[in-house]
Design a protein around this ligand. Structure first.
Ligand code: ATP
Length: 580
């Protein structure tokens, strides 16, 4: 709570001061409207002073007009501050998420993050609002009204205040139950978002496998859980009402008995009594809200806790304080005795390999051998538990992320395009590239031809995740992106997806052009690639078992010969033909 206020309220102090002044005016006018009851009763109804009718009616008008205006300004000010708090929290969450490494994204799926971004940032604002408006509006109003009561009749005020501790005791009991229910909320909301997300992104599979019923069942159960939870929360919140109503009724009854007796028996003035009663009745609503405050506050604080969980989650891989800019002279990539495990799943076991400059190093091996893991380590998405990875003798742990990733281009099997135009998607490779450079890169990637044929050329939209383009076209755009980047080191997970022969030949041609003159490490799936590779490393279970050229390895026999029979020999014969 302290931290929430310290981090978010500080910069808005002037706004809050203004809002508090408005709230003070609201409280004072509320007190005044109860106070004036005394004159209404005594001077108009008892003493029947005609001139006072107009004066008091005018005063009442002014009091309520002032209250209305002050309420308006207070609401506008608080809403604006609240929106700005949400905006800055969302910026902070996103910044933090962006600086996290890949393991964070595996722990927090997209739906979890989306829920935290919208729901928990909202909870933080709600808690701040609750405290500020409660203190500002309700506490001030209760103080103003209690002052009226005490001035009008101190003894009767003491009688009324006796019921307070009973209310507090009751409400404390509810708080514990609220906390428990609020904690489950994030989980339920995340389930709704993730089901929605899976249905939308996997819509082809959902439809073609008739999975609608299944998705509906998952969604229905998530919705029902949220509904049940919201009902519970509302029931507990509302439980404050019966007890407060009863206590309020009891207090009013006490006042009527004592005040009535005082007026009838002791001839006390009825105006004072009515003023007291009005103040009491008016104090009732803000007092009820204050009683509920604790319940709502603790519900919101659970969301705030979850928000700080994400903001405080340590970044597992960060730059060294004295990180230097990576300087690539020739582009030699070396892994030395590298051991790496994903939490407790071992992936690389004391592995060493070198990728020489201006040459193609191919990685082959059965699924799960650790090939993609090597790429993740070279990009420093992860740090090895043992061993070192270096480029031209510079340990990756000592260089800046920005300089490392500028020198490395990654071409993955799954081409990912961002929503936007083709030109923008290529330009991600080099944000300040000129249009001519983009066209040049597209030409080299064999993409220019199909782009020119599109209705808007380079300004054609690619659709969400590139859905308006074919698989081969997407691949060529991503190759153009890597061309434009012109990084000395190229990591390539060779596309295996089935493309038609013509498209495949174009992709292959573009890749060959891309590889030229760079340190290329390729996870090879094609015969042409392994044949043309300068060195092939054959991997299994996180180790390099054999290294050499295609012909050498075939002669050696062993795993490579087996893989050749299974994986390379028959399948992409046509590729071999096009490349040779
Ligand atoms: P493939 O050819 O099927 O892509 P690969 O050789 O690239 O396989 P890796 O993806 O590097 O293999 O995986 C090596 C090992 O690490 C496997 O046992 C895999 O299950 C495990 N692994 C990979 N990624 C993760 C992850 N994010 N979390 C936990 N374990 C992982």
């Amino acid at each position: 709570m302290k931290r929430l206020f310290k981090e978010n309220v500080g910069e808005h102090i002037p706004g809050y001061v203004m809002a508090f002044i408005c709230m003070g005016i609201v409280a004072a006018t509320t007190g005044a409207s109860a106070w004036i009851m005394k004159d209404i009763i005594n001077r108009i109804f008892v003493q029947k002073e005609e001139s006072m009718v107009w004066i008091i009616a005018g005063a009442v008008m002014i009091i309520f007009l002032t209250k209305g205006l002050a309420t308006y300004f207070q609401q506008v000010l608080l809403t604006r501050i609240g929106n700005s708090i949400i905006a800055s929290l969302q910026r902070r969450i996103f910044d933090r998420i962006l600086s996290q490494s890949l393991d964070f994204y595996q722990r927090h799926p997209m739906s979890d993050l989306a829920t935290r971004m919208s729901h928990n940032a909202g909870a933080a604002r709600a808690v701040i609002d609750l405290i500020i408006t409660s203190i500002g509006r309700d506490v001030l109003s209760v103080i103003a009204l209690t002052s009226v009561m005490v001035i009008q009749d101190p003894l009767m005020s003491v009688l009324v205040l006796v019921v307070m501790p009973v209310a507090v005791l009751f409400v404390t009991n509810l708080v514990k139950r609220v906390k428990k229910i609020a904690r489950a909320e994030l989980q339920f909301l995340t389930r709704i978002t993730s089901t929605m997300n899976e249905t939308a992104t996997g819509v082809r599979i959902v439809k073609s496998f008739n999975m609608e019923e299944r998705m509906r069942a998952i969604m229905n159960s998530a919705i029902a859980d949220v509904q049940k939870r919201n009902n519970k929360m509302a029931t507990i919140g509302a439980m404050t009402s019966p007890i407060m109503e009863t206590l309020g009724g009891f207090a009013v009854a006490l006042v009527i008995c004592y005040g009535g007796w005082n007026v009838i028996q002791n001839g006390a003035d009825p105006g004072g009594f009515f003023s007291f009663l009005t103040a009491l009745l008016m104090a009732y609503e803000p007092a009820k809200r204050l009683a509920r405050l604790n319940v709502q506050f603790h519900g919101g604080m659970v969301g705030v806790g979850q928000l700080y969980d994400v903001l405080d989650e340590p970044v597992s891989i960060s730059e060294a304080d004295d990180a230097r800019v990576l300087e690539v002279k020739e582009g030699r990539v070396s892994l030395k005795d590298v051991t790496f495990a994903y939490s407790d799943v071992p992936a690389l076991n004391s592995l060493s390999l070198d990728a020489a400059p201006s040459s193609v190093t191919a990685l082959v091996g059965p699924s799960g051998a650790g090939k993609s893991t090597i790429f993740g380590l070279i990009e420093r998405f992860y740090d090895p538990q043992q061993g070192t990875i270096s480029i031209d003798g510079q340990d990756l742990k000592g260089v800046t992320f920005e300089s490392l990733r500028r020198q490395v281009a990654l071409v993955t099997q799954e081409t990912f395009l961002f929503e936007g135009t083709i030109r923008e998607n290529i330009a991600y490779g080099l944000p300040d590239a000129s249009f001519d450079m983009i066209v040049e890169a597209a030409k080299n990637a064999n993409a220019d031809e199909f782009i020119q044929e599109m209705p808007d050329g380079y300004d054609s939209m690619v659709g969400a995740a590139g859905s308006l383009l074919s698989g081969g076209q997407r691949q060529r755009i991503s190759i153009a992106r890597a061309m434009l980047r012109d990084a000395p080191i190229l990591l390539m997970d060779e596309p295996t997806s089935a493309l038609d022969a013509q498209s495949e030949a174009k992709v292959q041609e573009a890749l060959d052009r891309l590889m030229k003159g760079r340190t290329t490490i390729v996870i090879a799936h094609r015969l042409s690639t392994v044949r043309n590779a300068d060195v092939i490393h054959v991997m299994d279970r996180g180790r390099v078992l054999q290294s050499g050229s295609h012909d050498e390895l075939l002669r050696q026999g062993g795993l490579y010969a087996q893989l050749y029979e299974l994986q390379f020999k028959d399948v992409p014969v046509k590729m071999a033909a096009t490349a040779d």
